[in-house]
Design a protein around this ligand. Structure first.
Ligand code: 26Q
Length: 788
């Protein structure tokens, strides 16, 4: 209970209900008599927001006053999800709000449902950034996030006739959580001419406007800031003249072109497409953020050499790698520092996190495109590269140049990020080892191993346990000494003492069952399919991608279906009933991923209607997987699937969410080194299709799930095109693993013990631990609190 009555709410009673009513009547100008759930959401949010703003202002004042080192987290994605529930839990006013809304005639769950997800991200990388903000504030670190305020976040997914259809996500119609700062603007220049060595002139100017979002910590008064930039036309002489001369159309066109920059999130995940607008987004956001950071530093009137003692900047993948070039440009062109002075500051300031080894996801920019948009930056990149190559002499040939000698030439952003940072990290042990021995191995030789490190990812237990699974959180709290475990997740290890406790196990399994009932209700209303909550819930939710191998899963499901169909009634009695649940978005241009979605839906259509099968197997595709859906889905798994081709998934984070909520997982073992050999074998045709997989393909090709032409590409990729993702190689062991799962599930008591033990050992995977690792080994920042 220590954390449920948080600092300010304990001092003076928070008159939540009164404040909510006041906001409904005044801010919304509505009478209480026509206050619907949406108005209740708006009123409640504004009431909570008022509280937040006070600690937010105090935090910012305090941080400015003490003037200690700050972290700036640069990420093109922040996948925040909903805010109200999280804000109430973090500030400790949820129970007051629940009662208050109850007296007004509302169920708090229905009110929370009104909020639109802030979905400014694709998947893992964006959600990681959101978890980091929660942990940074909770641990009292002085830290800001910087991102883009997209008008459209990740698209909404609809399933029509089994196919994905993308619908725009206009989320800003009512957003009480952002504060426009029309007085905080930065003019950003594009195009123009880079004059030899010193300047950049004559380009097109777009204005960046700051929008601030408060980020409350859990059980602390610290409320940090997330600053998102929105683009608009610069209001200068230029368009004024156009207007004056009657050239309205071109003035309006200029305005639209400017606003296009922050209009939409690119919906690719783990895929680089070198589009000019994407490069514009990157520079716009990076330049605005750095201008802001440098302005703040200059107010302190410290000498430049102290910059990296005051400022740490973390690059969330290479998307903000231009910041390295922009800071060097500001220091030498605008501030008049010598190259070497500037470059020391730059490299001491930045850290770079790599999130992928997939070659198609490593960012590259075409030199001609870059030259046109950012001429001065290209010169600086050439200089960075020249000095770097000179410093390593001739020991390493072209392989390490930032410039790839392709036609046209291209800029390797990961190499730029490594050279311009003092630390480079991967996001899991295996992944960090892998990047040091493969894609970045030359740089490890050049810079030495100390520059490269691992920081294993984590998730925030506030959202992913306390908020998503309040009953489990309370049960755990009752055994580990209260809610303190939400701030020190290693306290979960106490649960090991309860693996043999009958009452505890019963309650544990009851909660899992209730969460499955909740998901079953969602499935009934969303898909119209009745599923049995006592069946084994087998879940795979994540972005659709061939490397994540949802195809392996659905082929396995078809195999299961065929196996059951061939059974005698006696044999069927021994089958463990199963619900296979999928969810995830495909990038709009990723045809193969869309084909997998289609196959899953077609299989569901046949299996779910098959009277012969009944409850023994159901196949569900959940539409529009997002953060809010994940909060319902993750607590409801018995097992979840993390079955990417060995060595391809950097870390994964949903795996952690599932285990923390008492689910077991199926995962690929390490085997990154064997993958290349297998692919080589396939290439030379020494490769036999698994006979069970052959049977699955035969059935698809017979048309058992609809016209087979629609799935031929999927089958051919395994049978004809070398099976790049090793689906056939892993099929047998995958099926066998599922047989083990079925066996294990029959012993519910033992199953409970396994899941309790797994939760007990999840302490390490808190994003608090992860942030502490970054703070100590990369950022060198200290927490700072103040009296509320
Ligand atoms: C790049 C260029 C142009 C357009 C888009 C992109 C782009 C966008 C998003 C490239 C990559 C991403 C996202 C990558 C991502 O989410 N990676 C995941 O990061 C997680 C957090 O570290 C890991 O857990 C996952 O393993 C990793 O796939």
């Amino acid at each position: 209970q220590k954390y449920s009555a948080q600092a300010f709410s304990s001092k003076e009673e928070f008159e939540f209900q009164k404040e909510t009513v006041r906001h409904v009547e005044t801010s919304l100008a509505r009478s209480l008599y026509n206050c619907d759930e949406l108005a209740a959401y708006a009123g409640a949010s504004l009431a909570i927001r008022d509280r937040l703003v006070i600690s937010w202002n105090k935090t910012q004042q305090h941080q400015t006053f003490v003037d200690q080192k700050r972290l700036y987290y640069l990420s093109l994605e922040f996948l925040m999800g909903r805010t109200l529930d999280n804000a109430m839990l973090n500030t400790g006013v949820k129970s007051i709000a629940k009662d208050g809304l109850g007296e007004l005639g509302f169920r708090i769950e229905d009110v929370l449902e009104q909020e639109h997800d802030a979905a400014l991200g694709n998947g893992g990388l964006g959600r990681l950034a959101a978890c980091f903000l929660d942990s940074l504030a909770t641990l009292n670190y002085p830290a800001w996030g910087y991102g883009l305020r997209y008008r459209y976040g990740i698209f909404k997914q609809e399933i029509v006739d089994g196919y994905q259809v993308e619908v725009p996500d206009y989320w800003l119609s009512f957003n009480p959580w952002e504060f426009p700062r029309f007085d905080i603007t930065v003019d950003i220049m594009f195009y123009g001419n880079g004059k030899q060595c010193t300047s950049w002139e004559g380009g097109e100017i777009v204005q960046a406007v700051a929008y601030d979002v408060p980020i409350p910590g859990f059980g602390t008064s610290v409320t940090n800031n997330l600053r998102l930039w929105s683009s608009k036309a610069a209001s200068g002489e230029f368009d004024f003249q156009k207007f004056n001369s009657g050239d309205y159309e071109s003035a309006v066109a200029d305005e639209q072109r400017a606003e296009t920059i922050s209009a939409v999130l690119y919906p690719n995940d783990n895929l680089d497409r070198g589009k000019e607008l994407r490069l514009k987004q990157q520079y716009f956001w990076v330049a605005a953020s750095l201008h802001d950071i440098v302005r703040r530093f200059k107010k302190s009137r410290r000498p430049w050499k102290e910059f990296s003692e005051q400022v740490a900047i973390q690059l969330n993948d290479t998307h903000p790698a231009l910041a390295i070039v922009e800071l060097q440009r500001l220091l030498i062109d605008t501030e008049g520092l010598e190259w070497d002075e500037g470059w020391d500051i730059v490299t001491q300031t930045f850290g770079y996190t790599n999130h992928t080894v997939l070659p198609e996801a490593l960012e590259k920019w075409s030199v001609p495109l870059f030259q046109n948009l950012l001429p001065r930056h290209l010169q600086i990149i050439y200089d960075i590269n020249l000095f770097f190559l000179q410093s390593v002499e001739k020991r390493f040939p072209k392989a390490i140049s930032i410039i790839e000698e392709s036609t046209p030439k291209s800029i390797r952003m990961a190499f730029l990020a490594i050279i311009g940072s003092h630390k480079v990290n991967g996001v899991a042990e295996l992944h960090s080892d892998l990047i040091q021995t493969t894609i970045f191995k030359d740089f490890v030789k050049i810079f030495g191993p100390d520059k490269f490190t691992n920081v294993t990812n984590g998730i925030t237990p506030r959202r992913w346990l306390h908020q998503a699974n309040p009953r489990l959180s309370e049960l755990i709290a009752s055994k580990v000494g209260g809610l303190g475990f939400l701030k020190d997740l290693t306290l979960l290890s106490e649960l090991e003492n309860y693996v043999d406790d009958k009452d505890f196990k019963r309650e544990w399994m009851e909660i899992k069952y209730a969460n499955k009932v909740r998901l079953a209700k969602h499935i009934k209303s969303a898909n119209g399919v009745t599923v049995n909550p006592s069946a084994l819930f087998d879940i795979q939710v994540k972005r659709m991608h061939e490397y994540k191998r949802q195809q392996l899963n659905i082929f396995g499901v078809i195999h299961r279906y065929l196996t059951i169909k061939a059974m005698t009634p006696e044999e069927r009695k021994k089958v463990v009933p199963r619900v296979s649940i999928f969810g995830g978005k495909a990038a709009p241009g990723y045809w193969m991923a869309k084909t997998i979605i289609h196959l899953i839906n077609c299989v569901g259509n046949i299996v779910n209607k098959d009277k012969d099968i009944g409850d023994l197997l159901k196949v569900i595709f959940l539409e529009d997987y997002n953060v809010s859906k994940a909060e319902i889905i993750c607590p409801a798994s018995d097992i979840s699937e993390h079955i990417s081709t060995a060595g391809t998934e950097a870390s994964g984070t949903s795996n952690m969410k599932f285990v923390l909520n008492g689910g077991l997982i199926i995962g690929t073992c390490d085997g990154a080194n064997e993958v290349e050999d297998l692919r080589h074998k396939h290439f030379y045709g020494k490769h036999e299709l698994d006979p069970d997989l052959r049977r699955v393909f035969d059935e698809i090709e017979k048309g058992a799930f609809g016209p087979p032409e629609g799935f031929s590409a999927l089958i051919n990729s395994v049978t004809v095109h070398g099976d790049y993702y090793l689906v056939s190689d892993d099929f047998r062991s995958y099926i066998q693993t599922h047989a083990l799962v079925d066996e294990a599930y029959k012993d519910q008591d033992e199953w409970a013990a396994k899941t309790i033990m797994s939760v007990a050992r999840m302490g390490f995977f808190s994003s608090d631990r992860c942030i502490q690792d970054y703070a100590e080994s990369i950022w060198n920042i200290e927490p700072s609190t103040f009296e509320a």
